[in-house]
Design a protein around this ligand. Structure first.
Ligand code: UD1
Length: 373
């Protein structure tokens, strides 16, 4: 018998949507649990949300909280208040949250305070850098979760060290890689780079949006200067996050990130399939995104991770990523190593196999199943 009280699956920001999609697909395929999709509205531009729902065939949200942007406190508070009001009207069997964005922690807090069990997908990741808003979100969400579903082995070690009992932890693998493997044929067919006049393997892909790289005007100016310099040796394609564009305007350099340049090709934020197409055909990636570190590892593409730490250490230990911070010399050196083909090859990561969504769905059914009896 199916559990009739639905689960809430919560998503709010761009990186949530590719994690949500495989779980939705698996829950439907298994048919044991019903669910509602709750969109907080943390991201709201069509290019940051709607296109992901369409491309990844995620059904439209059942509930939309429409919170929009704001300071961390204001945004988190609006999500907390909005989701609590929803919970009071329709209490779910459990609340499933993904990743480490403000929507994740806010909805987990609203749920746990009302005695609704929280499931965290992508639990246990730690950068050990508490200046990152995402690290705070991860720590707090994991402290509140009843079920902690982990993407890589380091997450299990971290949670045990924090005293989480093994009975709450499951290593299920990486749901985002399910989406990557599912969409890769469509992405290859799309051949976005060719449409830009670029040959596969003859350009690099850049994404930047972390506060540590874009918020300080002097740092951002240095990073953008460096990108223009590197682009003389290898054309760079740079889909610019709205946050980065706003920071560039404040730093007086928005004119250096405009479309129409020949070597540093700046684009608006790309839909999922187009971005994957650009990634799959690239020679290397320069990024501060957690998702791209993982995706480039799976595709065997060298990844210069422009951070001093990572909550995804497996991408450095087994994968193709190296931490280069935003130090110009370290980046130049790593860039030259990739061009000289001296970059280490990565290895496959355990459980990043396209079946993590199914393991999540089965885990949820095993855990909640007795309630349906
Ligand atoms: C959020 C996540 C980050 C994730 C990133 C991916 C948190 C703390 N951060 O950062 O972990 O890697 O999403 O994109 O949750 N904006 C728009 N349109 C939108 C959304 C945002 O223009 O649809 C602009 C606004 O100026 C906004 C700024 O981007 O103030 C930041 O948005 P916000 O959701 O606060 O965080 P992100 O930087 O996107």
């Amino acid at each position: 018998m199916a559990l009739t009280t639905p689960l809430d699956l919560v998503a709010g920001a761009r990186p949530n949507f590719m994690k949500l999609a495989p779980v939705v697909r698996a829950l439907r395929a298994e048919g044991k649990l019903s669910f509602r999709i709750v969109h907080t509205g943390q991201h709201y531009d069509t290019s940051m949300t709607d296109v992901f729902f369409e491309e990844l065939c995620i059904p439209p949200p059942d509930v939309h909280l429409g919170v929009g942007s704001g300071s961390h406190g204001a945004q988190t508070a609006r999500i907390l208040e909005g989701y609590e009001a929803h919970l009071l009207k329709c209490r779910p069997a459990a609340t499933v949250v993904f990743g480490d964005v403000n929507s994740t922690v806010a909805c987990a807090l609203a749920a746990v305070k009302l005695g609704v069990a929280v499931v965290h997908v992508e639990a246990g990741l730690r950068s050990f850098d508490r200046t990152m808003p995402e690290e705070i979100n991860r720590l707090l969400t994991d402290a509140m979760a009843e079920r902690l579903l982990v993407s890589e082995a380091s997450g299990v070690t971290n949670l045990r060290r924090e005293g989480v009992p093994d009975s709450k932890i499951r290593l299920v693998g990486n749901v985002m890689i399910d989406t990557l493997l599912d969409q890769l044929p469509a992405a290859r067919e799309r051949a976005v780079a060719r449409g830009l006049g670029l040959l596969p393997g003859r350009y690099g892909l850049v994404t930047l949006h972390r506060p540590s790289n874009v918020d300080d005007p002097a740092t951002l100016r240095r990073v953008v200067d460096l990108l223009h310099e590197l682009a003389r040796d290898l054309t760079l394609v740079f889909p610019v996050h709205p946050r980065t564009l706003a920071a560039a305007s404040r730093a007086g350099i928005a004119g250096r990130l405009v479309p129409g340049q020949e070597r540093l090709i700046c684009l608006p934020p790309q839909p999922y399939v187009a971005n994957l197409s650009l990634l799959a055909d690239s020679a290397m990636v320069l990024t501060d995104s957690g998702g791209l570190q993982e995706e480039s590892t799976v595709l065997g593409i060298p990844c210069l991770t422009m951070r001093e730490n990572t909550e995804r250490p497996v991408t450095v230990e087994l994968g193709t990523s190296r931490l280069v911070g935003n130090d110009q010399d370290r980046i130049r050196e790593a860039f030259a190593e990739v061009l000289g083909e001296h970059w280490p090859r990565g290895q496959p990561i355990p459980l990043w196999d396209g079946k993590a969504g199914l393991r999540v769905a089965r885990e949820l059914a095993t855990w909640l199943g007795p309630l349906a009896a």
